[in-house]
Design a binder for this molecule. Structure first.
Ligand SMILES: [Mn+2]
Length: 350
């Protein structure tokens, strides 16, 4: 359904021809974003390249211990330094996002303005390809780390995978599949994981860093959200959670504290759709989740009813309406989708 781009050879020659490389991850970096930066950055350093890694904003607490010692700059805190470093870079590698002009905030125009070859390695739908000289894009891949794994083994062989690279790649594969529970759970993915274990991936350390390095506030916020704020819409097989700025502040919220919260209502039998509405200073940030190939396509849903998109079973969106109106629109949209489904079923019966 979506075009694949597989410019592996071209990427290998662009890397061979460059000496000073900037690697960029996406806004609100997750395990796949950080994992692909660390793995790709380490491989390039091991090849003798000068490397600088940057993400558009703060790295969540749970991922700070999972960087394997790689320095990753937060652009909001180091924009002048990054601009200065970028001026000498002869290659830019973009990881785990599909559009340089909309997905990485203020970092986007800065990278766009710097004339040098640009590479994209990503698994989101609909990459904006004009900005890139070489692309690996495969929306059927479960993570960008899986694509980086294949690229590293193609370019430098599995022998080049150090324990640091192995742990980083494992982190992205594990987090983007919800601990290997959704996405493309192919035999190839598990073979890749086996190779990473052989090459020294420290699975316990990754798990400890990602899941057991939370603040007390985050754990309490999760409890509060599920106990007091979750609404189950039994008729729609859906559930949602809203969190206001006031509530977030009460629990000393930090970036990343609500990551994964949207998945939790789906632990309830019969709930196959979940939404999380988070108030920020600018807008209501929404996350959608659904289950399976026959469940609601939340990528289409987010595009149709809100400003957003993503994957079939995991998408994000923004609303510039009030929290109440946003929730009302969500419920109306579920209703509209249910009715559309019913009328298609009726037509096919008659
Ligand atoms: Mn990803």
């Amino acid at each position: 359904m979506t075009d694949k781009y597989a410019d592996g050879d071209k990427i290998a020659s662009l890397i061979a021809a460059s000496n000073d490389i900037l690697l960029a991850g996406h806004t609100n970096p997750d395990g796949d974003s950080i994992g692909s930066l660390v793995a790709m950055g380490s491989m390039l350093e091991d090849m003798g390249k000068r490397v600088i890694c940057v993400v558009p904003n703060e790295i969540p607490r749970s991922l700070r211990k999972a960087k394997g010692g790689m320095k990753i700059y937060d652009f909001t805190a180091a924009d002048r330094y990054i601009k200065e470093r970028l001026s000498t870079c002869d290659l830019v590698v973009c990881l785990d996002f599909n559009d340089i002009s909309t997905r990485i905030g203020a970092l986007g125009p800065v990278l766009e303005a710097h004339a040098c070859p640009k590479i994209l390695i990503d698994h989101h739908l609909s990459p904006v390809v004009e900005n890139f000289d070489a692309i690996i894009s495969d929306p059927s891949a479960s993570s960008t780390c899986y694509l980086v794994y294949k690229l590293i083994t193609d370019i430098a062989g599995t022998e080049s995978i150090t324990p640091r690279i192995a742990s980083a790649l494992y982190m992205g594969m594990m987090t983007d599949t919800g601990k290997f529970s959704f996405g493309a759970l192919t035999p190839e993915l598990f073979r890749a994981v086996a190779v990473l274990v052989e090459r020294g991936a420290d699975i316990r350390a990754v798990d400890m860093a990602v899941f057991n390095s939370q603040s007390e506030g985050r754990v309490r916020l999760t409890g509060y959200a599920l106990h007091k704020k979750m609404v189950v819409l039994h008729g729609h097989g859906a559930a949602y959670i809203t969190l206001s700025l006031n509530e977030l502040n009460r629990f000393r919220h930090q970036s990343g504290d609500t990551d994964g919260l949207v998945n939790m209502p789906m632990q309830i039998e019969g709930v196959d759709i979940s939404a999380l509405f988070i108030e920020t200073a600018e807008c209501i940030k929404i996350s959608f989740r659904s289950r399976g190939d026959n469940g609601l396509d939340v990528n289409t849903f987010a595009r149709k009813y809100f400003i957003g998109g993503g994957h079939r079973n995991a998408a994000g969106a923004k609303s510039f309406d009030t929290m109440n109106n946003t929730v009302v629109r969500f419920i109306e949209a579920l209703q509209a989708e249910a009715e559309a489904k019913k009328s298609i079923a009726n037509t096919s019966e008659s």
